[in-house]
Write a protein that binds this ligand. Structure first.
Ligand code: GCO
Length: 442
């Protein structure tokens, strides 16, 4: 086996999110989130699944941490559930809910695993949605207060903070396409959500700096940079429109570059910006998290709302029907490296769903192993090409509630037999173990 492809200080982790793995939705004072509500709506989630039990990590975290440690993981990226910590979204802090994250963090530390906490991975308290959710500016202030609570109580345990996970999905899947909670289809609300999510991030970072914590803090985006389907200028332009609307409206404000003119001028979209907002959003952060799964191809379409449309692609697809396109990751890493002037980057999610079956106590998920190997090779290439890539978190540690797809899609490197909650490391778990130990096979 080829030895040592990555340097010693590269951070190897695995990732999950609260609503996807915790379960225990009614315990210790937690109140409903928008995903509890959404999953009850007829037809919203495949097979009527919900996160009520999920991987039951709320009860099984010790066992999970032990397994992470056995596999050699150096960091665990989980998310904190806002409706556990402040069940009504604003106001009273629920200490028993916070206690869970203290215990989880302590367990990780005991096992020498770094604590990487995401403040928001889509489980907005339902009471805030009742007042408009992310379309309402007050939600940004509520988020800042919630973030401050987490910094205060958990600051001594957390090694790395992530404010938001994929604001793209919160704004566009939740308020434009309506396929995620809260299930709204309204461009006006989606654009408000974009700005209020950006603002929420900025306000939270401001709170962090005020408190004086010094661990790195950043944000995770899921950059979408489709390639032009042909060499025609208009298709190149289409890919710029897509990047502007899907990625740059989040990325550029964070870098102090404002909203992209392709969106504000050409597409005529406006954001509810109040004096001072753009400076607040552009505060200094320490790293970007990048979640990457796939790349698409687009062509120009004058009749389309945003001037581009997706074209068919040829690559083999994962169980989500997502094409396997590792070079898309290389393009994204270089784009971020260039626009951010070499800021530290982490892959905070990468992985795939596949049809996993247990055979004689093992899960031979060769497709996932190949997928991971290809993307890891790209990470190595990016580093060799001087991209400041500092770590890689596989999505996901364990099979879980895959949002609108419920439990039908398995993304874990550990198999969850939901009926018994038995954990079975898949072959990809052993692949990651070897890679972390310094033995790569790509
Ligand atoms: C995301 C989310 C994860 C998903 C994963 C697979 O990036 O969309 O962070 O919660 O489960 O991406 O779809």
């Amino acid at each position: 086996m080829q030895q040592v492809a990555f340097c010693d200080d590269f951070l190897w982790g695995c990732a999950t999110a609260s609503y996807q793995v915790e379960g225990a939705i009614k315990e210790d004072g937690r109140k409903p989130s928008i995903w509890d509500t959404f999953s009850k709506q007829e037809g919203a989630v495949l097979n009527g699944d919900d996160g009520a039990v999920a991987a039951d990590q709320y009860h099984l975290y010790k066992q999970d941490v032990k397994l992470m440690s056995k596999l050699g993981f150096q960091a665990y990226r989980f998310s904190i559930s806002w409706p556990r910590v402040i069940p009504d979204g604003v106001g009273e802090v629920n200490i028993p809910g916070l206690q869970y994250y203290i215990e989880l963090s302590k367990e990780l530390k005991l096992n020498n695993i770094k604590v990487v906490a995401t403040l928001y991975h889509w489980d907005l308290p339902q009471s805030l949605q009742d007042k408009g959710g992310w379309a309402n500016r007050d939600t940004s202030y509520a988020f800042a207060a919630y973030a401050k609570t987490c910094f205060t109580y958990l600051g001594e345990y957390v090694d790395q903070w992530i404010t938001l996970n994929e604001p793209y999905c919160s704004a566009y899947l939740g308020y434009l396409q309506g396929i995620h909670a809260p299930g709204i289809k309204d461009l006006g609300q989606a654009n408000k959500a974009v700005h209020h999510l950006n603002l929420a991030h900025g306000l939270a970072v401001a709170e962090y700096r005020k408190i004086g914590l010094s661990q790195p803090i950043g944000i995770t985006l899921n950059p979408i940079l489709p390639r032009p389907a042909t060499r025609r200028d208009e298709d190149r332009k289409a890919s710029e429109y897509a990047r502007a609307f899907e990625t740059d409206v989040f990325l550029l404000p964070l870098l102090g570059k404002g909203y992209p003119s392709l969106v504000t001028k050409d597409l005529g979209i406006s954001y509810p910006v109040v004096d001072g907002d753009m400076d607040c959003i552009a505060q200094e952060i320490d790293f970007f998290g990048i979640n990457y799964y796939q790349e698409s191809a687009v062509s120009y379409d004058d009749t389309a709302d945003r001037k581009y449309k997706n074209e068919p692609v040829w690559q083999p697809v994962t169980n989500m029907e997502w094409p396997v396109t590792p070079y898309g990751l290389l393009r994204i890493l270089h784009y971020f490296d260039t626009v951010s002037n070499g800021m530290a980057l982490y892959i905070t999610e990468n992985g795939c769903a596949s049809d996993d079956v247990v055979e004689n106590g093992r899960v031979h998920d060769l497709f996932r192993c190949q997928y991971l190997n290809k993307h890891l090779a790209i990470c190595k290439q990016a580093i060799d090409e001087s991209v400041n890539l500092k770590g890689y978190f596989v999505w996901s540690f364990i099979d879980n509630f895959e949002w609108a797809w419920g439990y039908s899609k398995r993304f874990g490197i550990v198999y969850d037999d939901y009926a018994s909650q038995q954990r079975i490391p898949k072959d990809s778990a052993y692949l990651m173990r070897d890679v972390i130990a310094g033995y790569c096979e790509f």
